[in-house]
Design a protein around this ligand. Structure first.
Ligand code: GLC
Length: 745
């Protein structure tokens, strides 16, 4: 496609029309110039194509991101993307509206099942892998919802007040990692405002950061109905308003050019990006056979197995061995909750429940115990469940959150399971000591009943084959290997944003700043129910021989290696996490941050080595006074860990980077000025004058002690010094001192 030539042949009206969808699911074609329409469809964990009759076509539903993130497996996400790309080709879909990479600020967010993590590195790496997989199939993606769409409450009007540092280190970083590692063909901007400006017309977000800082070269579309001022949007770096709103919007854009409000070259820029998208999609399109839903169902089962997290397993209650009498209890055993509500909802071709899957493995008795369409204790259902539990060797309870408690469009107001489920568990615990709980939930729950369960397997919303995957893990066909991509707190009130979520009216303040998820709980030394990165196995692993490619760091890439040995009796996979713990003191920093991870499969007795690369960002923080990344010189500890609270080995490294000194002004404090090498000599006369003033009894500070006065002067801006030097130091002298100090930088 000769984009420049086509653009030169387009009328103003055609160019304006290109910046708005043709309908809810297509971009505008320009047939006489050979520009095809592009069909877009949801994602993210299955193809949700709406056909011409308005029906959702049948497709395979895979585990949602909350689960797949627990695999810590970029290859898995890439495979998932590859499969979805094939499906999209078969359905003539050009862009899949996913992945969703918003950070999990609060476990209460109704869409957290669609998001990967509370940690931006894990989230961004998972999203990047998904993008590579889909686009490897010649189909585009739409990384969403850029940015700070961390709640459903008032999502289309709320303004998120977030510090520049929290944006860069947390809420944007997830997208940054995905853009740089995945190169998505499109991004979808979020509904909300960020610091008062809608994402859809936020030039800092869509151009300065996304394009100028990160090198994004694709097109930005709005979330559905997220366009407020189309002209301002196109000027800010938005290409496509979705869905089509009205012909008037085309007119408004064309008129803006005619009246000079919008320079035509800016409209041309947007059209070029849309033509590039059409070219990428048409170049990548191939006539793909009907995709194999049966094969994909098995792949969904495999992905679900890899995504499950064994949270608790006292006395190796699991896996189930021998010919035990087993009771399966809970409606989710028969009708698993395997996906969330809203735009990601898939019209599945088939579903495999645990009850169906277990038939080929072991005879079980079943009782549903509760209904999922209401939270009501139904005595006859409880009695029936208690009866089969009493007579069993092991009761497996399938519990979780029903659709009505978590979905797109609304947030949770608590973190509890439905009372009917908790009551059932408590009744069963009166007659059965061996209880394993399987959970189907899209986000963390509190577990006041945990002491009554010997084992807890977190299956999340594991896709249409989740029942089979659960049985595979319960009966030991495979060992669980997933590790939590988010913290499970003890209480909702412990969460970082409690009290600031979901905000008041149309403002939500991210008061916890960078301390999201484990960063918060670690900084405050708080206990948690299950920490970020936690996950048990049916075997055990030993870490040894942590080694760094260097013990000093001054930039570029370095590598970390650690050996892992399977010291148990079962083949299994281990996810090694690498954290960096800064021992510097110039800035408030998290105790530790995930800076790398690797997964390896080991047979009993086998030892493997993982190699993890670290770059500048592993040590960096965002300095608002510099508007850039900065590595504090000093000591850092590299931690090889099985979870954020299970640090196995550590090694020190010293960052030999240069401290950065910013030019001082009359508003800089004495301490900031004195920190600059050589400044003490320049300030000698000023200090002497202050000493004299202090020492001669002419103490203008009253009866303060020397230390207190010294402390006060350290924090005092230079412009105030003149007021305390007894006339011995003038502002003119201070301005000259400032100029002289700045010569030293
Ligand atoms: C929804 C969602 C977005 C989805 C889009 C199209 O409002 O926020 O994730 O892709 O509309 O369905």
């Amino acid at each position: 496609m000769d984009i420049k030539k086509i653009l030169s042949q387009m009328t103003l009206e055609e160019k304006a029309a290109m910046c708005q969808g043709a309908d809810a699911w297509h971009t505008v074609a320009v047939p006489h110039l050979g520009v095809p329409a592009v069909m877009v469809s949801d994602g993210p964990h299955g193809l949700r194509k709406i056909n011409e009759n308005g029906n959702v076509v049948k497709a395979v539903c895979f585990p949602t991101a909350a689960g797949t993130a627990c695999s810590f497996d970029e290859e898995l996400l890439e495979s998932l993307g590859d499969i979805l790309g094939q499906s999209a080709q078969a359905e003539n879909v050009g862009v899949i509206l996913g992945p969703a990479a918003n950070i999990k600020r609060s476990p209460l967010c109704g869409r957290n099942f669609e998001y990967f993590s509370e940690d931006p590195l894990l989230s961004g790496r998972m999203a990047g892998a998904y993008i590579r997989g889909v686009q490897h199939q010649g189909v585009g993606t739409s990384l969403k919802h850029y940015a700070a769409n961390n709640q459903e409450t008032r999502r289309q009007s709320i303004s998120a007040s977030i510090s520049p540092r929290a944006l860069r280190e947390i809420y944007l970083a997830s997208f940054e990692h995905a853009v740089k590692s995945g190169h998505p063909w499109t991004l979808m901007c979020s509904y909300n405002k960020i610091n008062g400006t809608y994402a859809s017309e936020n030039e800092w977000l869509l151009t300065d950061v996304l394009r100028d800082d990160w090198g994004f070269d694709g097109a930005v579309m709005t979330d559905w109905g997220a366009c407020s001022d189309h002209v301002a949007g196109v000027a800010a770096g938005l290409e496509l308003e979705m869905p089509r709103a009205c012909d008037e919007d085309d007119e408004v854009l064309a008129d803006a050019v005619r009246t000079g409000r919008l320079p035509e070259q800016v409209l041309d820029r947007a059209c070029e990006r849309m033509l590039q998208l059409a070219d990428r999609v048409s170049s990548g399109h191939r006539e793909e056979e009907e995709f194999d839903k049966g094969l994909q169902h098995h792949q969904a089962r495999k992905f679900a197995r890899e995504s499950m997290v064994l949270l608790k397993n006292d006395n190796n209650l699991l896996p189930i061995r021998g010919n035990k009498k087993i009771a399966f209890i809970g409606k989710f055993a028969e009708s698993p909750r395997f996906q969330g509500g809203g735009s990601s909802h898939i019209n599945t071709a088939e579903t495999l429940s645990a009850l169906e899957a277990v038939r080929s493995v072991s005879p079980v008795k079943y009782a549903r115990g509760f209904e999922t369409d209401r939270d009501e204790i139904i005595p006859e259902l409880v009695d029936e469940a208690v009866a089969i539990a009493k007579d069993a060797d092991l009761a497996v309870l399938f519990l979780g959150l029903p659709d009505l408690l978590e979905s797109e469009s609304y947030d949770r107001t608590h973190m509890s399971l439905p009372q009917c489920q908790v009551a059932l568990l408590e009744e069963i615990a009166k007659v059965q000591q061996n209880i394993a709980v399987v959970l189907h939930n899209g986000a963390p729950i509190v577990m006041p009943w945990l002491d009554k369960a010997g084992a807890v397997l977190e299956a999340y919303l594991g896709g249409q084959a989740v029942g089979g995957a659960v049985v595979d893990v319960l009966f030991g066909a495979v060992s669980p290997c997933g590790k939590l991509a988010e913290t499970f707190p003890l209480r909702m009130e412990d969460t970082p944003c409690h009290g600031f979520f979901p905000g008041d009216g149309d403002r939500v303040t991210y008061a916890e700043d960078i301390y999201v998820g484990y960063r918060w709980y670690d900084k405050r030394h708080m206990d948690v129910l299950f920490p970020f990165g936690h996950g048990l196995s049916y075997t055990t692993f030993e870490y040894s021989n942590l080694r760094l490619s260097a013990d000093t760091y001054s930039g570029g890439e370095m590598t970390v290696q650690v050996d892992v040995t399977n010291t148990g009796k079962m083949y299994a996979k281990e996810i090694v996490q690498l954290y960096v713990r800064p021992e510097t003191n110039g800035f408030s920093r998290p105790v530790r941050e995930l800076r790398g991870f690797a997964k390896l499969a080991l047979a009993p007795g086998e030892t493997g080595t993982v190699t993890i690369a670290l770059d500048e960002r592993a040590f960096a923080l965002w300095r608002e006074d510099m508007d850039g990344w900065y590595i504090e010189p000093g000591r850092y500890v590299i931690e090889a860990a099985a979870s954020s609270r299970d640090i196995r080995l550590t090694a020190d490294i010293t960052a030999q980077t240069k401290p950065v000194y910013l030019p001082v002004t009359m508003d800089s404090t004495m301490a900031d000025a004195m920190a600059i090498p050589g400044a003490d000599k320049v300030l000698a006369d000023v200090c002497a004058a202050l000493d004299i003033c202090m020492g001669a009894g002419g103490d203008s500070l009253g009866d303060s002690t020397g230390e207190m006065a010294a402390a006060m002067f350290r924090e005092m801006p230079l412009h105030a010094i003149a007021s305390f030097a007894g006339g011995k130091v003038t502002r003119t002298q201070l301005k000259a001192v400032v100029d002289e100090i700045n010569q030293l930088i």
